[in-house]
Design a protein around this ligand. Sequence first.
Ligand code: FES
Length: 118
Amino acid sequence: MSHLSAPPMSAVPSSGFRLTKEHFLVAVPVAVVAAAGGFLVSHYLSRKCCKKSQVNTCVCKDSPKVVHSFDMEDISTKAVYCRCWKSKKFPFCDGAHTKHNEETGDNVGPLIIKKKDA
Ligand code: FES
């Protein structure tokens, strides 16, 4: 009876690639720079995107918040308020939403408040 001797088997299969201290000295700074660069690029793009998506492009831009208040008694039979922020008569609708919708494919329109019998 002959005994064949096999080469010793390792518990962990080896692919022939070993991470050395030098690999980590290069990989860690590259990963940190890539992560920081990705964060900065995404932060820049998200801020740029938000600036473009402002709905109010021209009404009272020097004010921190545009607010209008009306008493119900002061509304005669019907009031038409702009919701597209394009009206030259803001807060009232002047029909500018039609042009906005044609140019952008949007579907905005005014808020109409009227008395029941009007
Ligand atoms: S002009 Fe803005 S909703 Fe009509």
